[in-house]
Design a binder for this molecule. Structure first.
Ligand code: ATR
Length: 281
């Protein structure tokens, strides 16, 4: 007898460039799971109804992306501790219409990409995080779990960074400041969590933030180096990365939550990288 297909999807707006269907298709192939995974464009005022409809039609789980992660948080009837901290949900397990478990895998995705794929240890490092929006809130707990020496959050709007730092002060040495008053010595790792790269922009940054071995990581990804990655290279930093590995790692954690198996990510990252240059893949 043929197993019935379990249905999953990513909900977002916009969604047409999503790599999630490709990633989950590769995971399913690798782990012999019989699933279907689609990308669904959801109207900005139609999120709750779209989730209910997908659940009614037997959908088992969803990934949630911009701009619905806070709405998914509110809609979840139960949530993981890490989702509570992040204030956002990117993974829903649909038990039945109206009964949804919410989790967030973005932060663990970033940390796994750093540790497993880039072999970068965060323990005792000086971390600078640029930005203080939803994306940054989602990565702070897993970063702090790795016991860095200190973590500075710098944001265009200073007060948001200061507030965010105080929200996470119980987890470690966290400071908030403006982009212009970062101060102090150079950092070991700088993580760009602003949405500036989306518009091809770069926050104004002093090269004094860098030493020769500073690792510059952009949570955004693109077929070519992002403005932040270009800035770091122009200022003598060899070690840069974009967030494609984070994307694949967060997907792997969602897949594990849904299917109970953890896919291997290395080859999948390579294939998705290729597909950025060849969009028809
Ligand atoms: P996300 O969910 O992607 O985090 P967000 O919550 O809207 O989106 O947050 C966007 C972040 O990028 C904010 O920290 C924002 O700074 P402000 O709080 O000052 O708005 C930052 N950001 C966006 N465009 C920027 C730019 N051109 N330069 C610097 N920071 C920028």
């Amino acid at each position: 007898m043929v197993d019935p297909v379990d249905r999953y999807a990513v909900f977002g707006n916009p969604i047409s460039h999503s790599k999630s269907p490709l990633i989950h298709h590769l995971f399913a192939q690798q782990t012999s799971q019989n699933i279907e995974y689609t990308a669904e464009l959801v109207a900005t005022d139609g999120f709750d109804a779209a989730v209910a409809d997908f659940a009614r039609r037997g959908g088992k789980g969803l990934n949630i992306t911009v701009p619905f992660k806070q709405q998914a948080f509110a809609l979840a009837t139960r949530r993981s501790a890490r989702a509570e901290r992040a204030g956002a949900v990117n993974t829903l397990v649909l038990h039945s219409p109206g009964d949804y478990y919410g989790d967030t895998t973005d932060g663990i995705g970033l940390v796994r990409d750093l540790i497993r794929n880039h072999r970068y240890k965060l323990c005792d490092k000086k971390i600078l995080v640029l930005g203080a929006g939803g994306a940054v809130r989602g990565i702070l707990e897993p970063l702090l779990d790795n016991r860095p020496a200190q973590l500075t959050i710098a944001n265009r709007t200073r007060t948001t960074a200061v507030q965010l730092a105080s929200d996470f002060a119980d987890l470690g040495e966290v400071h908030g400041c403006g982009l212009n008053d970062i101060g102090g010595d150079a950092f070991d790792i700088i993580i760009n969590g602003t949405s500036a790269s989306l518009g091809g922009e770069l926050p104004p940054l002093s090269p004094a933030l860098l030493h020769a071995n500073t690792f510059c990581y952009d949570m955004m990804y693109a077929a070519v180096a992002t403005p932040f990655m270009r800035w770091s290279k122009e200022n003598g930093c060899a070690e840069t990365a974009d967030g494609l590995g984070m994307l694949v790692e967060q997907a792997a954690e969602s897949f594990r939550i849904w299917r109970g198996v953890e896919p291997v990510t290395g080859k999948v990252i390579e294939t998705v990288r290729l597909s950025l240059a060849q969009p028809d893949l």
